[in-house]
Design a binder for this molecule. Structure first.
Ligand code: ADP
Length: 376
């Protein structure tokens, strides 16, 4: 479209609990940022509403300032405004401490916290006199926006909006997703294949007339080996060999691995069943047997899985200290260095709605080793 808008500009508001790179857990965070940037480039007006987590990565924020405060739900809610990757973001900070939990997900009351956030977001739009054309919500975590808008806020004066709901992963919170499917005007998911895979699911089946699979992409300016502050040498397809060699050396240096020109397999993932944990473990051993190096960057929401990998890390760091490194954490800058420095990026998912990891790998000239899962 080249930035040409055929219709008049629209005002689009995303209500989301993740946004890359300041509050990202997985692909949902990437998509909220990249989709918003793409739509804003077409001259539409895009705003994002996000919880003000205590764990926000504030160093990625520009012009961060206090905006206003309002009362709702028995508490004061402070609103902060900032710019992230060129996008306007409103941060809601309820004074009841809901988002001072040190994490995005993983508290026993996640449903309550995010339900509160959805309600508070609509209240913010109402009290600010905003009249968005589209309110876009995502997955189970902001699904309540769909029915809170249709049952309440539409009648209170926020009457212009249509609700778009996107399913990034149907595995979590199917009942909430089903309800949002019912109340939304349009529903999308992250690839045509996944839309077919889930079309028989009872929470989707009766809404197929308004359900579309739209293939995800990555933001090529955010994931760009020619312009990436986390890698040592800028590269394009012209100097990919030198660029990747420099990145591999920097990665080996940073992680204390042997500086040698060995095949390096990178794994960047949430460590959950979906991502093929047994295949990941198998590939680690297989790579080491074949004299390669392995770097895994991942963290597990389930403490038992995290513990299992801590044990594996201890074992590998003593048996193969110069060829294996397991970094059991979330680290955006390190992920860039791995995408650039690895020869292969392994994505052995059991199922994948779309998957961004393999797309980023290819953008950095790494060979994506994947299972045929559908998705993207
Ligand atoms: P999902 O959304 O199911 O986690 P995707 O492949 O769609 O899977 O997106 C994963 C995104 O999260 C990618 O941008 C990937 O680089 C990033 N990511 C996953 N785990 C980590 C981690 N431990 N540290 C940094 N980035 C990570």
């Amino acid at each position: 479209f080249g930035g040409v808008v055929k219709e008049p500009p629209m005002h689009i508001v995303h209500i989301s609990v993740e946004m890359a790179p300041i509050a990202k857990v997985g692909g949902l965070g990437d998509v909220v940022t990249s989709l918003s940037r793409a739509v804003q480039d077409m001259n539409h007006h895009v705003d994002i509403i996000l919880p003000k987590y205590d764990c926000l990565k504030l160093n990625n924020m520009e012009d961060f300032q206090f905006h206003k405060s309002y009362s709702w739900g028995g508490t004061e809610i402070k609103v902060w405004l900032g710019k992230v990757e060129g996008l306007h973001v409103y941060f809601l900070e309820p004074q009841n401490g809901f988002f001072s939990a040190g994490c995005i997900y993983g508290r026993r009351n996640d449903g309550e916290r995010f339900g509160f956030f959805c309600h508070a977001s609509l209240e913010f739009l109402l009290q600010s006199g905003f009249h968005p054309d589209i309110i876009h919500c995502h997955d189970w975590s902001s699904a309540p926006v769909a029915w809170l808008y249709k049952e309440h806020y539409r009648h209170y004066g926020l009457n212009k909006a249509r609700v778009v709901f996107t399913i990034h992963n149907l595995e979590f919170g199917a009942s909430l997703i089903g309800k949002a499917m019912q109340y939304s005007d349009k529903a999308t998911t992250v690839s045509p294949t996944y839309s077919q895979e889930v079309s028989g699911n009872p929470v989707i089946a009766s809404h197929l007339y308004k359900f579309h699979g739209i293939l995800n992409g990555i933001d090529q300016d955010i994931w760009d080996p020619y312009n990436d502050k986390f890698i040592p040498l800028s590269y394009t397809s012209e100097n990919v060999v030198e660029g990747k060699r420099a990145a591999k050396e920097a990665l080996q240096q940073r992680l204390g691995l042997k500086k040698a020109d060995l095949p390096l397999v990178g794994i960047i993932t949430r460590l959950t069943h979906q991502k093929g944990i047994h295949l990941i473990k198998h590939s680690i051993w297989h790579t080491l047997e074949r004299s390669g190096q392995v770097v895994l960057l991942g963290s597990a929401p389930d403490p038992r899985i995290q513990n299992d990998f801590v044990n594996l890390a201890n074992q590998l760091h003593s048996s193969h200290n110069d060829r294996a490194r397991l970094c059991l954490t979330y680290d955006e800058p390190l992920s860039h260095l791995i995408y650039a420095g690895a020869d292969f990026i392994l994505v052995p998912s059991i199922f994948e709605p779309c998957g961004l990891t393999q797309l980023i790998a290819m953008r950095y000239g790494s060979i994506a080793v994947v299972r045929k899962t559908g998705g993207g």
